[in-house]
Design a protein around this ligand. Structure first.
Ligand SMILES: Cc1cc2nc3c(=O)[nH]c(=O)nc-3n(C[C@H](O)[C@H](O)[C@H](O)COP(=O)(O)O)c2cc1C
Length: 376
């Protein structure tokens, strides 16, 4: 896979071990399948970084699929030997298989599933890691944690310090801040493994120390909540996105939802404070200075070891759907991919607001804005 990232100022230090560490995080989590045992992702930066720093030109990152060596005969670039090609004979419900073959007029689903697969999200994590390094220069950090797996959920808001502590643990089971709940979530995965089924769940991405003023209500497609929702929804298997406590808010009175405003000097940014953060840090399409909290709701993995009904492409007979090796639960990994999408979105918004061709120029503009907020 090759990922491109353009628009970053020159002079941003790129820590290769941080980028590879992020790729490692995406490969973790209880309930992952065989492919993650084969792949050990590493980002090879091809352009746009010299002597450890960005130079302002597009950054190209290469990620090799180690598994490719096992597929050279079955999926060659050239025509190859048709007897060695591996067909996906019956479309799997929940995957792009059927819609993809109809759209591209393929006789079977092999080409569809390779690109529709969430393997692609590794490329996003690589460039998302670079966006995170940029945001760190502005004091902004982005992390995720797990709210639910299957029917097991936590209900309390998890403070930033706890999410950061979870992250520094260095091992990932289900990335849940509540150890008891994590054990119950593990049982959900075990049950799915035992019965040949799969599970979904909910992750939350939190962006810490985001100043007020990113995004705008001026045009519909410039709203920060809209941009974050699209960024998360673009991840495979995400079927709903929630900003703050948007879902429960729909059934609550306004007095229980909107976050009352106080003033406390010296406070963060302009000194205005909130007693709670139901808005998830965004009002009117603009960051309001509170933590940004967005959730992604994942449908259960589409590939089942106990396959659902499908139809054979060649005979049109009813058969069981094809089975390709698969994960059973990917909620923590999806959270890591979503962190990358949030980081890329926030970095884009920050660059629109602060601009700059070099990091020193960007930081000068950023610090000038912080001063403006302090003096407000
Ligand atoms: C990190 C990650 C890993 C995934 N791994 C698998 C997998 O191994 N098997 C599978 O069937 N689906 C997997 N999925 C989900 C599928 O990619 C998803 O169900 C499929 O793309 C269809 O959903 P869509 O309509 O949202 O694209 C994964 C999703 C994510 C985010």
């Amino acid at each position: 896979m090759v990922a491109f990232l353009s628009g970053l100022p020159a002079g941003l230090s790129i820590d290769q071990s941080f980028v590879d560490g992020e790729l490692w995080r995406r490969q973790q989590g209880y309930g992952r399948g065989g492919r993650m045992k084969i792949e050990r992702d590493a980002a090879r930066i091809l352009s746009g970084v010299r002597q450890g720093k960005t130079i302002g030109s597009p950054i190209a990152v290469l990620l090799e699929n180690k598994d490719w060596k096992n597929w050279q005969e079955s999926l060659p670039v050239q025509e190859g030997d048709a007897n060695k090609h591996k067909r996906v004979a019956s479309p799997r419900p929940g995957h792009a298989d059927l819609a993809g073959v109809l759209k591209y007029n393929f006789p079977e689903a092999r080409y569809v599933l390779e690109r529709a697969s969430a393997r692609e999200s590794a490329a996003r994590v690589a460039v998302g890691a670079i966006a995170k390094l940029f945001l760190r220069e502005l004091g902004i950090d982005v992390l995720s944690h797990i709210i639910s797996v299957g029917a097991e959920a936590i209900s309390e808001e998890v403070p930033w310090q706890q999410i950061a502590a979870l992250h520094s643990r260095g091992e990932v089971m289900l990335n849940c801040a509540d150890a008891d709940a994590e054990q119950r979530m593990k049982k959900e995965v075990d049950q799915a493994l035992k019965t040949g089924d799969s599970v979904g769940g909910v992750f939350e991405v939190v962006a810490h120390c985001v100043p007020p003023g990113l995004g705008t209500y001026a045009q519909w497609d410039e709203r920060l909540d809209a941009r974050l929702a699209a960024a998360l929804m673009s991840l495979q298997a995400v079927k709903a996105v929630e900003i703050g406590s948007g879902i429960t808010a729909a059934a609550s009175p306004g007095s229980a939802v909107h976050d009352e405003i106080s003033y406390h000097r010296p406070g963060s940014f302009a000194g205005f404070t909130r007693s709670r953060n139901n808005a998830g840090g965004i009002e009117g399409g603009i960051s309001n200075g509170e933590e940004i909290r967005v959730r992604g709701y994942l449908k259960p993995i589409s590939t089942l070891r106990r396959p659902l009904q499908s139809v054979d492409f060649a005979t049109r007979e009813v058969v069981k759907a094809a089975y390709e090796r698969s994960d059973v639960c990917v909620v923590p990994a999806a959270g890591v991919a979503a962190e990358a999408m949030v980081a890329l979105t926030l970095a884009g918004c920050a660059l629109e607001k602060f601009g700059g061709d070099s990091m020193s120029e960007t930081l000068r503009n950023f610090n000038g804005y912080l001063e403006q907020l302090r003096n407000y």
